[in-house]
Design a protein around this ligand. Sequence first.
Ligand code: IPM
Ligand code: MN
Length: 339
Amino acid sequence: MTQQVHSIAVIGGDGIGPEVTAAALEVVRAAGVSFTTEQFDLGAARYLRDGFVLDDETLEKLRGFDAIMLGAIGPAIGDNRIPGGTLERGLLLRMRFGLDLYINYRPFHGVDGSLAQGCDFAIVRENTEGPYAGEGGVLRQGTPYEIATQGSVNTRFGVERCVRYAFERAAKSAQPKVTLAHKTNVLTYAGDLWSRVVAEVKGEYPGVEVDYNHVDAACIYLVEDPQRYNVIVTDNLFGDILSDLAGAVTGGIGFAASGNINPTKSGASLFEPVHGAAHDIVGTNRANPLAAVSSAVLMLEHLGEIEAATRIARAVRDFDGDASQLGTSGITAHLLERL
Ligand code: IPM
Ligand code: MN
């Protein structure tokens, strides 16, 4: 069998983004996966240089790749030259919506010493709807009678495909369980839709236990009893918030990986560490590439490179070096030795 050569679009982005994506790709290469890369200069630095965020042509080009690896996007803290939303809506969300990356999959493993030590669970976050959809607007802006609305969009189609994905994921684990996190007691319209869809899809997965938590209670359980979770399924905004908390209780978002996934593959899926650009440590060899490497593992799973994904995941899991001593290059070397 000839080996498949995957085409990967690389958006290193800002700050430490290029450093961690380079390290992750080095590990992927060493695991024996064949791929070509094309670099895309996008993010805060690019915007500040020439005002470019993302156009239709570039988006269409990105669609054609087998996967997209993203490092980090954003200016340095305190640099207020970019209006809020420019890069979030114009670049990141535009790719999520435009490429129909309707799942935001974030797996967590509680590292030693963390609150959730030894726990494994994942958040399946709907990634194209909710309050992120951009519904709403302002009237009478700047006057005492200003009105701002920002509705949450929940379609039957969007909720169902997300819930199905969560059940599929859970069904593959040793103790299959899906927990819906929502706020059905207050958000009665959207909550009812999510609850009914979960109840319906549940019928097709008799082996999967189903639970429900109000999202505020889920915040307590994530801290006090994280072992209760296997797959948490939730909407876009709750998922955004819960995944930061999940990152914090499992060892810090420095370890957290994410996949913005289009399971139908009608657009290239995008894989990125959850952490930010950390401009303060650029070029100092202090960036920890483990979250980028774990994101690459998700990419390899998506590309069907299961064997390489498993080996790299094991190397990350077994990592026992002193990250702050080893630095970017040392951590990468440590992983390469253990492949
Ligand atoms: C994330 C980020 C994004 C989000 C921002 C940067 C738009 O916080 O990926 O979790 O809110 O989804
Ligand atoms: Mn977030």
